[in-house]
Ligand binder design. Structure first.
Ligand code: SF4
Length: 366
């Protein structure tokens, strides 16, 4: 019987993000590992491999498709209320013990993670997204960088159809993959999991490429929002959160920072859940660092006004939320605060069409 890995090895085509090294190995540039791959070798991600001097990469399937409110990604400053057609493949270049998408991300590492792939084409996915009223297509669930060629093929179709595109990613990029994505990507959420390189090494990465990705995306004018899952005892020290938020404010004080609550998942069930008080203390640190838009997530109704967007000048509430639901939308057609006229950074339509989806919905590809 074929294993999942055998099956996926057939669902590939030649990739574009690699070079042949002088010694004949291939160097992959899809993520910050930049694996050097001798013939027959597979990358850390377990989905890209050297087959006779050509890099084979995932192609032609999805591990899952879901219609989500864009607030779930979370993007709070991009097309509020829009429906985000969200797709993922399988595999990841990190191996976080607390992963909340482990069925898709760890499918190739962990026999307990089972996520059978479904055949798909970019044309069918974009048609499906339009039929369902999606404004945005997002590559998510597994790590999208390691399947960038597939995402780009879908984003080309999506752009031709007038849709917005985005990644929900760990940010472990390279200059080359970011340049590759640049013409076709509008939104990018980075999970900044820690501000300690030792912690990143425990998760299988390094902090350097992630910080570089955040800086580059902002310089490229891609709309960036950052999420930090606050894990008690792992990344919640005042010192670490101060350094993390200082870094973000230094890139731009207008970058939204979402600090979200952890609950036991995957291999990390012994760590206590994050409390509302912990989120609010972390948010205070972000505000003190100079960040203008700090949000507390995963505990709706328990974090005061930290679910709302407030004007950075006059403190007026310009979007009120509860969880993924928009309770009030007051941004002007030209993207400003209705009270004082200060621009709200982000990507906003001139007209708020109401919220298309306030609950996630799993769908089957047609
Ligand atoms: S995507 Fe990353 S982990 Fe996978 S082969 Fe390329 S560099 Fe290595």
């Amino acid at each position: 019987m074929s294993t999942l890995a055998d099956l996926l090895a057939r669902e590939t085509r030649e990739g574009e993000l690699y070079d042949v090294l002088p010694d004949g190995r291939l160097r992959c540039y899809a993520c910050g590992h930049e694996c050097p791959l001798p013939n027959g070798a597979i990358g850390v991600c377990k989905v890209r491999f050297n087959d006779g001097g050509r890099l084979r990469v995932p192609w032609g399937y999805v591990g899952g498709v879901q219609c989500d409110p864009i607030e779930k990604k979370p993007f709070f400053h991009a097309y509020p209320g829009a429906l985000a057609y969200s797709f993922g493949m399988l595999g990841c270049d990190l191996h976080c013990a607390y992963c909340q998408n482990w069925v898709t991300s760890q499918a190739l590492r962990d026999p307990a993670a089972v996520a059978p792939p479904t055949h798909a084409s970019p044309e069918a996915m974009v048609q499906d997204a339009r039929r369902l009223g999606a404004r945005v297509l997002v590559s998510t669930y597994n790590e999208p960088l390691i399947t960038s060629e597939w995402a780009v093929s879908i984003f080309k179709e999506a752009k031709a159809a007038g849709l917005v595109t985005g990644f929900v990613s760990n940010g472990n990029g390279t200059p080359r993959v970011l340049e590759y994505l640049r013409p076709l990507i509008d939104l990018y959420k980075v999970d900044l999991k820690s501000f300690d390189d030792r912690h990143y090494r425990e998760l299988g990465g390094r902090i350097g490429p992630i910080l570089d990705t955040i800086r580059r995306l902002h310089a490229m004018n891609v709309w960036v929002e950052i999420v930090t899952l606050l894990i008690p005892g792992f990344n919640d020290s005042v010192d670490e959160l101060t350094r993390l938020t200082d870094f973000l404010a230094n890139v731009s004080p207008g970058i939204p920072w979402h600090v979200t609550a952890f609950h036991g998942d995957y291999k990390m069930h012994d760590t206590p859940d994050t409390t509302p008080e912990m989120l609010m203390e972390a948010a205070d640190i972000g505000h003190r660092a100079g960040l203008k838009f700090v949000y507390a997530g995963n505990l709706p109704g328990q974090v005061g006004s930290l679910e709302d967007t407030r004007c950075s000048s006059c403190d007026e509430t310009v979007i009120a939320r509860s969880g993924y639901r928009i309770r009030d939308y007051r941004i002007t057609p030209n993207g400003c605060c209705p009270s004082c006229g200060t621009p709200v950074p982000g990507r906003f339509d001139g007209h708020f069409a109401g919220q298309i989806a306030s609950h996630p919905r799993v769908i089957r590809l047609r």
